[in-house]
Write a protein that binds this ligand. Structure first.
Ligand code: ARG
Ligand code: ZN
Length: 437
C-alpha cells in the first residue's frame, strides 16, 4: 500500500507536468507479466485501488494477467508499471473505439446470417434466439429424449431454461453429467459451447457413434445460460466502455443506485466457504467486477442453479462449468490455494484426457487446482458442487483463447472451430470419467 501511495504521489507530480502533452487518452487492455511475488502484490494493489476489470486476473509469478485500463488511467498505470520494472504489452489499443467498432461489424454480419438452429456455430445467439434454438432442437430430436425445464427466473424476470437429454434406448438409471454456461455474461463462447453440447447430444446430425455410446453411459443436464440478465445486457448497444458487451456480473439493482455498479459476480456467490474479501478473490464493493454479493446465494441466478444441482445430488457424476478465457481445466479447491484436494490424481487423470485431445488440435491447456494454478476465488460454482453437492469430478473449464488479442471478443467466424474442437476434448473426458469410475 505504501509503495502504491508513494508511486501515485510521484506520478501525480510527473503527470501534472507532462499530462497534457503526452496523455494518449485511449483505453487499453494490457497484458502484464509478473516475475516476482512483489510484482504480483503490486499489480493486485493497483487492481483493487482502481477497481480494475481483470479480464484474466494475475496471481502467480511468471504468469501473465490481462487488465482493462480506462483511458484516464492509461498514463498513470503505464508509468507505475515502468517505475516498478514490471513488463507489459498492449493487447488491445484504443479499446473504447476498437471494441464498439468490432461489435457493430459483428452485429451486421449476424443479421445477414439465417437464424436456424444449425447456424448457432456461426453466430452468437441472443437470449431470445437461444430459447427458440432449444425449442427447435427439442422438436427435431428423434434419437434422444429432450426435456426442457426452467430453473427459475432471473432478477429481471427472465426464465432460465435447462435441457435434459437422455437415451431413447431404455430408461435404466444412469449417472448424470451436469453442464452449465454463461455464469459470466461477456464470456460468449461459454453458452455457445453449451449449445454445441446440446446440439451434438440431442440431434447428432453428424451421426457420431460416440454420441450413442455417451448417451448409453450418462444422462445429461445442461443449463446453457445461468445469467440471462447479464447476457441480454451484453447484447444491448454500448452504454460505455466496460458496460454493454464487456459486462461480467448479473444485473441486480439492490446494492447500488449507480447502474454501472449493478450486479453480483455469480461465480463468487455460491455457498461453500463463501468469503467476500479480496484475499479470497471476491469483493464487498458493489462497484467491483467481482462483487461477491452481501451473503452466499443472495442472488436468484445462483439459487436457481443450486436448486437443480441439489435435486440431482445423488446422480451427478461429473460437473463442467464453462467460462472464458485462458485455456485451463481447473478442479477444486478454488477458495484457497493452500488446501489440497485428496483425490487430485484422479481429477488430473480425467482432465488429462481432455488436455491430450486438445493438444492434438494445437490448443495448449493447463490442468490444475483452481486457486493454485489461477488465483483464489471463494464462492465459485465448482467448489460448491464438490463441497456441498458432493460431486467428485467438478471442473471449471476456461475456454480459448489464451494468445492473441481477442479475449472475450471472439469473432463469430472462430466459434465453429473452437466448439467443434472442444467437443472432441469433452467427449474424451467423459469416456475416461466413465471408464474410471
Ligand atoms: N474465471 C473464473 C472466475 O474468476 C475462474 C474461477 C475458477 N476458480 C478459481 N478459484 N480460480 O470466476
Ligand atoms: Zn468466467
Amino acid at each position: 500500500v505504501i509503495a502504491v501511495a508513494l508511486s501515485i504521489y510521484l506520478l501525480a507530480q510527473v503527470c501534472s507536468t507532462v499530462g497534457s502533452v503526452e496523455n494518449p487518452n485511449r483505453a487499453q487492455v494490457v497484458r502484464i507479466t509478473a516475475t516476482s511475488g512483489a510484482d504480483v502484490n503490486f499489480v493486485t494493489q493497483l487492481r483493487n485501488k482502481f477497481n480494475l476489470d481483470a479480464w484474466r486476473d494475475l496471481h502467480q509469478t511468471n504468469a501473465t494477467g490481462d487488465f482493462f485500463v480506462p483511458s484516464h488511467l492509461v498514463h498513470v498505470m503505464g508509468n507505475l508499471l515502468k517505475l516498478h520494472g514490471i513488463p507489459f504489452t498492449v493487447l488491445i489499443d484504443d479499446a473504447a473505439r476498437f471494441i464498439p467498432k468490432h461489435v457493430k461489424r459483428e452485429v451486421k454480419l449476424r443479421q445477414r446470417r439465417a437464424a436456424t438452429e444449425d447456424h448457432y456455430r456461426y453466430k452468437y445467439l441472443s437470449y431470445t434466439k437461444m430459447n427458440k434454438f432449444l425449442e427447435r432442437v427439442q422438436e427435431r430430436a428423434t434419437k434422444a429424449d429432450v426435456y426442457i425445464g426452467f430453473i427459475g427466473k432471473s432478477f429481471e424476470g427472465r426464465d432460465t431454461p435447462y435441457v435434459k437429454i437422455t437415451s431413447k434406448r431404455d430408461s435404466r438409471p444412469r449417472g448424470t453429467i451436469f453442464i452449465d454456461g454463461g455464469i459470466h455474461s461477456r464470456e460468449w463462447i461459454s453458452p455457445a459451447m453449451a449449445l454445441e453440447v446440446i446440439h451434438r447430444l440431442a440431434l447428432n446430425t453428424e451421426q457420431d457413434s460416440q454420441v450413442d455410446q455417451l448417451l448409453d453411459m450418462f444422462d445429461f443436464i445442461v443449463v446453457p445460460l445461468v445469467n440471462p440478465d447479464g447476457y441480454a445486457y451484453t447484447f444491448m448497444p454500448e452504454t460505455g466502455v466496460t458496460l454493454g458487451r464487456l459486462w461480467r456480473k448479473s444485473r441486480t439493482s439492490n446494492y447500488s443506485n449507480d447502474f454501472s455498479c449493478y450486479g453480483v459476480d455469480l461465480n463468487r456467490n455460491f455457498g461453500y466457504k463463501w468469503n467476500n474479501s479480496p484475499s479470497f478473490g471476491g469483493s464487498s464493493d458493489p462497484c467491483s467486477p467481482s462483487f461477491s454479493g452481501p451473503y452466499s446465494f443472495s442472488e436468484p441466478e445462483s439459487n436457481n442453479l443450486r436448486r437443480l444441482l441439489l435435486a440431482n445430488k445423488d446422480v451427478i457424476k461429473g460437473y463442467l462449468s464453462f467460462h472464458s478465457y485462458g485455456q485451463y481445466m481447473l478442479y477444486p479447491w478454488g477458495y484457497r490455494e493452500d488446501v489440497e484436494i485428496e483425490d487430485e490424481r484422479d481429477l488430473i487423470h480425467v482432465a488429462k484426457a481432455f488436455k491430450d485431445i486438445m493438444q492434438t488440435k494445437n490448443y495448449n491447456y493447463h490442468v490444475g487446482g483452481s486457486a493454485k494454478s489461477l488465483y483464489p476465488a471463494a464462492g465459485g460454482s465448482s467448489d460448491y458442487v464438490r463441497g456441498v453437492v458432493g460431486v467428485k469430478y467438478s471442473y471449471t473449464l476456461e475456454l480459448p483463447p489464451v494468445e492473441g488479442s481477442w479475449g472475450f471478443i471472439i469473432p463469430e467466424r472462430k466459434v465453429e472451430p473452437i466448439v467443434t474442437d472442444t467437443w472432441k476434448g469433452i467427449k474424451a473426458l467423459l469416456f475416461r470419467l466413465h471408464s474410471y469410475t
